[in-house]
Every structure is written in C-alpha cells, then in structure tokens.
Design a protein around this ligand. Structure first.
Ligand code: ATP
Ligand code: MG
Ligand code: MG
Ligand code: MG
Length: 477
C-alpha cells in the first residue's frame, strides 16, 4: 500500500466518522516558541487550550512535521526521520478516551477491503499510564487486546503537558510487534526496536496548576472541556505495511537511496556503515525539499540554519561514500518525484526549490574542499596518545576555511578524535572582541570576506542547541 494511499484511507475513515478534514499547515510553525511543526496538534493549539473556540468538534489532518531533535537517530534506528508526516484525529470537547481507542483500533485492524489498514490484531500492544485504570478497562472492553498486551508506564513516557500550567493528561500508545527477529520479547517496555510505536493517543483531561518538570507537576482538577489529540506516524505504518525494514525504505523515500547508491557505486544492504549514510542522505534530502518548499532559505540562524545543516549533512554523507561532485542535481529531483503524489506543489515549484538547494551545495563544496585538507593534515600530525584537535586548528578551519564547528566535531568524532572546544570558543570570543573594537575604530568594520559559513559559528551551533534545548518534542507531545 503506497504511503499516499494510507494517508487517504486515514482521512476517509475519520471523515466518515464525523471529522472535518483540515489540510496540513506549513512545516513552519505558527507557534513562535518552536521553529517547525513537530506534531499535528500544533495548528490546533488555540482550540485545545480553549484560547479560541474551535470551528469544528472533530478534525483530522496529515501534518508535515520536522523534528531536528531526532537528527542523530536518523538512519540508525528504523523509525526516526527529521521530516515525517503525522496523521492526527482531534476532538475539541466532543468524544473522549473510549471513542479515541475505538477509532484507532478500528482503522488499524479493519480489513483492507473494508477501508482499514489490515494490521493483525494479535501483533498490537498498548501502553497506558499507571494511574489511568479506566483506560485499561476501555482497551479490554472495546478491543480484542488481552490484558497481557497492555503495559503500564509512568509520567516519563505516558503523560503529556505543555511544560507550563494549563492542560495536561495521560497518553496511551499503540505498538506493533515485528517479531523475534527484531529483538527481545516483553512488549514495548522491554524493546522499542522490536515493538514499534505507531500511534500516540493523548487525553487532555486535567488542569495543571504547577509544572516543575516533565514528571513533576500538580493536577488541580479536571478541564471544563476534555480534548483528544492523537498522532500516528505515517512513515512507520507505511514501512510496516510495505514489508520493508525501516521508514527510509518506503515508496516516498527509497528511490533516493537507490539513486545515491548508484552515484556512489555502493550497493545498498551490503555494509551497515554505508547504509546508514545512504539513509541519512535520503532523509535529509527529503526534509530539505519540503522545508525549502515551504519557503525557508538557507541561513545562519533559526530555520535557515537547520536547513543548511540538513543539506550540508546530506552532501557530506555522500562525500563519505566517495562522491566528490555535486549530488543534489541528481538526488533532489528523485525525491520530488517520490513525494509529488502527496505534494503536487513540489513539482510545480521545483524550479525555485532546486535553485535554492543547488546554490547552497555549490557554496558548501567550496568550503568543504579546503577545510577537509587542513583537517586531515592536523589529524595526521597528532602524535602518540594525543587525540585532540587543537582550538587553534578548529578556529583556523572556521576562520580561514569557513568551516562550521559542528562539522569539525562530527569529523573528529568519526576519526576517533576530540576537539578542544573551549580553546576554540576562547579564540572565537577574542575575535569577536577584536571585531567590535575594529568596527568602532573603522565605523563599519572588516571581515567582509569571511565565507557565509563562518557566521554559522557565531550563532549557528548555539542556535541549534538552543532549539534542541527547548525540548520541543516533549513540550508539545
Ligand atoms: P519515539 O518514542 O519512537 O521517538 P515519540 O514518542 O517521540 O516516538 P510522539 O511524540 O508520540 O513520538 O509522536 C506521535 C507519533 O509520531 C509516534 O507514535 C510515531 O509514530 C511518530 N513519530 C514521532 N517521531 C517521529 C520521527 N522522528 N520520524 C517518524 N515518525 C515519528
Ligand atoms: Mg515514544
Ligand atoms: Mg510517543
Ligand atoms: Mg521521539
């Protein structure tokens, strides 16, 4: 079943059950505290918090999401993309837990011929918050799941709140068992690689008076209107239904792996290290395509920096596979072709999108060439037990070669080396002080010839870490 068909089945099912179909919002978040939409619920926050009256009682959507917090997982787990689509159904003061469970179970287990997804009910597991006993009863009453396949979890995993006083509530998640070839027995609490989380049901039921941490908060009472917010990972369901090994092998992503593997002359599936790089390439190219499609341009901070980082990582992954030439002119069109069934605008807007991406790759390749050489020389000249690239070198890489620090860190870690980051930061701040003094003296200042990438250092990494530090993922879901 193609990914686009799963999406359509989802929308048809919830529409038939009284939900208004709402188009995906842009990946650019309308909530100023996060850069990208990280969940389907973000565009509904005003209704979920009661700030605005909802124009419908029930809604459904397939939301384009970007979670840069998952970037390190990409290609290594089977199930984390920087871009993915979250299918959601929402109730604004209308149905609650029982129907949310009924709807989810129905769609997952109804036969394909009857509009369902045809999952084997024997292979589904659920988790429930340890204090939420009514939800356990509902699972047992509304579905064929036995008590042994309903597992209990605590606040860490199965409680949702915004991080601030306001709405909060228990979650109940649905997992699919891939079988003994994929890990140990014992349900999702034992092994989340074998048991794949596909769907999270969030029951917004309480008013929290104080929130001290993710797990430590005070429940003041019930919300006047209880809401349902759910999120199902479209790519995860697609990979399980398409009989492939991971979300990078689905119809919307795999063609890029194939194209990259042809370019690199490396067969996919022969070497785990190379496969990870190929999956990173396919994931990041797709994310960049969508992010540029929604109007972001590469830049030195915020969204632009994240886009730049994705493109840069994709290009560098190809380089690690031995491809030194430009790769995006080959790979981006393949990604667009694979995605256009779901997002036709990617094709009509492809001229603009590709111009942005190709220019970024060209600029990056120029800086990469010179920096890589300096790095290699520095690594080679380390003697004996010395495993640290000096702050001077990291600074020279940045200052002369426009080499962003996160790239230096990444390359060092791949070579089993460290970087003297504090030495580097010291040199950076000295340079900033000098630049300020210069600017004062000259009224305008020099440094105009620094490459575009140099500026990344000043804001780039801290910006990126800053975003992660928002813990955006846990904040909203
Ligand atoms: P995980 O524990 O696997 O990281 P999560 O608990 O962070 O997932 P939720 O925040 O509950 O995920 O999001 C709802 C659903 O969205 C998940 O059940 C999953 O199917 C999907 N999902 C979450 N993150 C990703 C991702 N990075 N790539 C693909 N799908 C994802
Ligand atoms: Mg989870
Ligand atoms: Mg979850
Ligand atoms: Mg996660």
């Amino acid at each position: 079943m193609k990914t686009a068909e799963i999406k359509q089945r989802w929308l048809d099912y919830f529409e038939a059950n009284g939900h208004t179909v709402v188009p995906s919002a842009s990946v650019i978040s309308s909530d100023p505290s996060i850069l990208f939409n990280i969940a389907g619920m973000v565009q509904f926050i005003p209704y979920l918090t009661g700030r605005e009256p909802a124009p419908f009682n029930r809604a459904t959507s397939v939301q384009k999401c970007v979670r840069t917090g998952d970037i390190e997982e990409v290609g290594k787990t089977t199930r984390h993309g920087t871009f993915f689509q979250m299918n959601g159904n929402f109730s604004f003061g209308d149905y609650f837990k029982r129907d949310a469970i009924k709807f989810a179970w129905g769609l997952l287990t109804n036969p394909v011929a009857e509009g369902g997804l045809g999952f084997d009910p024997e292979l589904l597991w659920a988790t429930v918050h340890e204090d939420d006993s009514e939800t356990i009863d509902m699972w047992l009453e509304e579905t064929s799941i036995p008590r042994e396949r309903v597992q209990l979890r605590d606040n860490e995993d199965n409680f949702w709140h915004t991080g601030q006083p306001g709405p909060g509530g228990y979650c109940s998640e649905i997992y699919f068992d891939r079988g003994p070839d994929y890990g140990v027995e014992g349900g999702p609490v034992a092994d989340e690689d074998r048991y794949i989380e596909i769907w999270n049901l969030v029951f917004m039921e309480f008013e929290l008076s104080e929130v001290r941490s993710k797990v430590d908060f005070d429940i003041a009472g019930d919300l006047p209107a209880k809401n349902i917010d759910t999120g199902m990972g479209l790519e995860r369901v697609a990979f399980l239904l398409q009989g492939v090994e991971n979300m990078y092998e689905i119809d919307e992503v795999f063609p890029v792996i194939e194209a990259a593997s042809r370019l690199a002359g490396r067969a996919y599936g022969e070497d785990e290290h190379a496969d990870v790089q190929l999956r990173v390439v396919a994931d990041h190219v797709r994310s960049a395509l969508i992010i540029i499609g929604d109007g972001v341009r590469p830049g030195n901070e915020g969204r632009g920096y994240i886009l730049r980082r994705l493109l840069r990582r994709a290009v560098r992954a190809m380089r690690l596979l031995g491809v030194k030439e430009e790769v995006l002119p080959e790979l981006l069109p393949v990604s667009m072709q694979a995605m256009k069934l779901s997002y036709p605008e990617l094709e009509t807007d492809f001229d603009r999108i590709s111009r942005v991406a190709f220019a970024e790759e060209k600029a990056f390749l120029r800086t990469l060439e010179s920096g890589t050489q300096l790095f290699a020389n520095a690594a080679q000249s380390l003697s004996g037990d010395d495993k640290t690239i000096s702050g001077d070198i990291a600074f020279a890489l940045h200052d002369t070669h426009g080499f962003p620090i996160d790239l230096t860190l990444e390359m060092a870690s791949e070579a089993g080396l460290n970087v003297d980051e504090s030495g580097f930061r010291e040199l950076m701040s000295e340079q900033r002080t000098r630049a300020k003094a210069d600017a004062k003296a000259k009224k305008g200042g020099g440094h105009a010839d620094l490459s575009a990438y140099s500026a990344l250092l000043d804001e780039g990494t801290s910006e990126f870490v800053g975003y992660d530090r928002l813990e955006a993922d846990s904040r909203v879901r």
